[in-house]
Design a binder for this molecule. Structure first.
Ligand code: 5WX
Length: 119
C-alpha cells in the first residue's frame, strides 16, 4: 500500500502535464485558434497593450507548460480563460476575433469537461 502511495504521488504531476499537453495541442489545432497562436502584434493593434494589462496567447502557454509552470489545473485554466477574456474585452462582439474566442472557448470547455469526467 505504501508503495502505491509513492507511485500515485509521483504519477500525478506527469499525468497532469500530459493531460494539459494534449488539451493545449487540440486547442492550438482548432480552426478558430488562429488569432491566439502568438502575442498580439502592436502593428496590428497599436493601442492593444494600453487596454490589455495581462496579455496571454497559446505560444506563451506552450512555453509555460514546457517549463512546468502548470503545477495545478487552475493555473492552466486561468491563462486559457485570460486569452478569451482579453479578446472579448478588446474586440467588439461582431468582429471575427470575438467570434473566434467564443467558438474556441466552447471547444476548450467541452474538452476540459471530458477530462474532468463530467457528463
Ligand atoms: C491576430 O490577433 C489580433 C490582432 C489584432 C487585435 C487582436 O485582439 N485580439 C486578438 N487576438 C487580436
Amino acid at each position: 500500500p505504501s508503495q502505491d502511495k509513492i507511485k500515485d504521488t509521483v504519477m500525478d504531476p506527469e499525468y497532469l502535464y500530459n493531460t494539459l499537453k494534449t488539451l493545449l495541442q487540440q486547442v492550438k489545432l482548432h480552426p478558430s485558434a488562429w488569432p491566439f497562436q502568438k502575442p498580439v502584434d502592436k502593428s496590428e493593434a497599436p493601442d492593444y497593450y494600453d487596454h490589455i494589462l495581462y496579455p496571454m496567447d497559446l505560444k506563451t502557454m506552450t512555453e509555460r507548460l514546457k517549463n512546468r509552470y502548470y503545477c495545478h489545473k487552475r493555473l492552466f485554466i486561468a491563462d486559457m480563460t485570460r486569452i478569451f477574456m482579453n479578446c472579448r474585452s478588446y474586440n467588439k462582439p461582431e468582429t471575427e476575433y470575438f467570434k473566434c474566442a467564443n467558438t474556441l472557448e466552447k471547444f476548450y470547455t467541452t474538452k476540459l469537461k471530458e477530462i474532468q469526467g463530467e457528463k
